[in-house]
Design a protein around this ligand. Structure first.
Ligand SMILES: Cc1cc2nc3c(=O)[nH]c(=O)nc-3n(C[C@H](O)[C@H](O)[C@H](O)COP(=O)(O)O)c2cc1C
Ligand code: SF4
Length: 517
């Protein structure tokens, strides 16, 4: 009887040898005369166990990890029967890291075969699209509005309102653009979906197309994600063959087709208008608003731009109802957030949970503290433009408003842990330098301010006119915050000022300077 073995094809697993493991298992199976089907699934998101190899047994799937190529010869006798072995971790669903999650968006990731449209269907895929076709554009938008979903790319803008704006916009042609540039430090959730459950994103985009009246979609994927690009291309082709993309989507009167565009490798190309310029073949530079992309976006047409996670949340909302999503969360942050734990953390990986979990629970309890064993000094949430939070702020719940109230942001849900050896003045300098390197150059506060920011922090570190330079740095941050055209220049002050406010000793200051009135 054939045995089904799962070896993740996700980049996080491939980076630690999953391809070699898959090849070694195939060779061992031939040597032992066992019939084995190897499925290259997505990752479950428990990175310490990657490559996590699973085998299908009568008692469900049994995991072994981390498995390296050199382990395979000694493992296969146990693996093929799900038998005992020091690397056996049991049923992955029973592992505390997975058991504690609420996986709505990531429900299938790591479980399904990302290359099989039928496997996606067998696990509940396309139900959202079926429901969407029954409802029609206006009611789809109503459902997305009622779910309380907010953009997962960073800004947290209500998704339903954006969809409604594009739906109402007049135009002979409209577009749906998926932002898969995923440039934030410590983030990988978009990549995991594209590599592990690509049909989910396609389903979300088709629903979006029907809702807003768009006939064409683009997925803008960063060039560093070759496996995601390949997985999407394969999935798009399969959907075309199955009549789920193209003319008459799923037998309906709607037409919708998709194309993947590879990113140009600049952080600012994740900003929605720079992204549009990049798709149009121009240098990625931020456009002044208005007009909003919803009115005049790609090629001047009404365009819906959403992050991968926003679009990937939609099939669940349609299939299970807006309330099923809205019931999770706190305050105005509804549903679940796929949180990404990275940096010096013991249990790094993907943790999807309802909004409301505190930063302390995430880092110390779920994340298990630092991998190094050193004390946690700071946590940066929300990518390179996010604030640094000290352990004193660990009671902050994961919620857009709670983070904003403490001058932070949750952004795309990246949580990067720094241990006690971190120099926060260096981190502040890095934030300014990052802004200087990545600035699109369109506005002065960002283009010039970031360069002056680096110089000023260097002077502070060298002990030159420390007091006046600290005041200057604070004023410069104010100028960038309020004078920049987009959030690259506008949010760089968050990491800088949070470092200065919470860790003044690293700047040689007794406390954060109070700017002069
Ligand atoms: C400098 C900069 C980089 C950004 N990078 C990304 C990104 O990589 N992915 C993303 O989805 N949004 C990114 N955004 C946010 C987008 O501009 C936009 O808000 C988002 O794609 C909208 O989708 P959403 O409403 O689903 O979040 C970035 C914004 C800025 C200012
Ligand atoms: S803030 Fe920076 S990245 Fe944004 S428009 Fe201005 S120069 Fe460009």
């Amino acid at each position: 009887m054939s045995v089904r073995v799962f070896v993740p094809g996700d980049m996080a697993a491939v980076a630690v040898g999953a391809d070699q493991v898959a090849a070694a298992i195939a060779a061992e199976a031939r040597r032992l005369g066992r019939e084995v089907e190897i499925v290259r699934n997505g990752s479950r998101g428990i990175f310490e166990l990657e490559p996590l190899v699973e085998v299908e047994t009568a008692a469900g799937r049994i995991g072994y990890g981390p498995v390296y190529a050199e382990d395979v010869a000694g493992l296969t006798a146990s693996l093929f029967d799900g038998a005992d072995h020091p690397k056996r971790v049991g049923r992955p669903e029973e592992l505390p890291f997975l058991k504690r999650q609420t996986r709505l968006t990531f429900a299938r990731c790591g479980i399904v075969d990302p290359g099989s449209l039928e496997d996606y269907r067998a696990h509940g895929g396309w139900k959202g699209l079926e429901r969407a076709l029954e409802l029609g554009p206006e009611k789809i938008v109503d459902a997305v509005k009622a779910s309380g979903l907010r953009g997962r790319g960073g800004a947290g803008f209500p998704t339903g309102i954006k969809w409604d704006t594009v739906r109402r916009a007049a135009g002979p042609r409209k577009y749906v653009v998926c932002n898969a540039d995923e440039g934030d430090s410590g983030t990988f959730a978009d990549r995991m979906i594209m590599e592990g459950d690509p049909f989910l994103l396609i389903e979300g985009m088709v629903i979006a197309g029907i809702a807003v009246g768009a006939t064409r979609g683009y997925v803008y994927v960063r060039s560093e994600y070759p496996l995601a690009i390949a997985a999407l291309e394969r999935a798009i082709e399969a959907c075309r063959h199955a009549g789920l993309l193209g003319q008459g989507v799923a037998g309906s009167a709607h037409a919708f087709d998709l194309e993947v565009r590879e990113g140009a490798g600049a952080y600012v190309c994740g900003e929605e208008t720079a992204l549009l310029d990049s798709i149009e073949g121009k240098r990625g530079q931020v456009r002044a608003k208005p007009p909003l992309p919803a009115h005049a976006g790609l090629f001047g047409r009404p365009t819906l731009i959403n992050n991968v996670l926003s679009l990937a949340a939609v099939p669940f909302i349609l299939a299970e109802g807006a309330d099923a999503y809205r019931d999770y969360g706190m305050g105005r942050s509804r549903g679940t957030m796929p949180i990404q734990l990275a940096g010096d953390i013991r249990n790094g990986g993907l943790f999807e949970t309802a909004f409301g979990v505190t930063l302390g629970e995430l880092v110390e309890d779920i994340g298990g503290g630092t991998l190094s064993g050193l004390a946690v000094r700071a946590v940066q949430v929300g990518g390179p433009l996010g604030a640094y939070f000290p352990p004193g702020l660990f009671d902050t719940p994961f919620d857009y408003e709670a983070f904003a109230a403490r001058d932070g942001l949750i952004g795309h849900g990246g949580v990067v842990v720094f241990n006690e050896t971190v120099d926060m003045a260096e981190q502040a300098r890095f934030a300014m330098e990052f802004c200087a390197v990545e600035s699109c150059g369109k506005c002065t506060p960002c283009r010039i301010g970031s360069v002056r920011g680096v110089e000023t922090i260097d002077k502070i570190a060298a002990g030159l006119d420390r007091g006046p330079n600290l005041t200057l740095l604070t004023e410069l941050c104010d100028t960038m915050k309020f004078g920049s055209l987009c959030a690259l220049g506008g949010f760089t002050p968050y990491p800088v000022m949070s470092a200065l406010t919470h860790f003044p000793e690293d700047f040689g200051a007794a406390r954060a300077p109070v700017p002069a009135e």
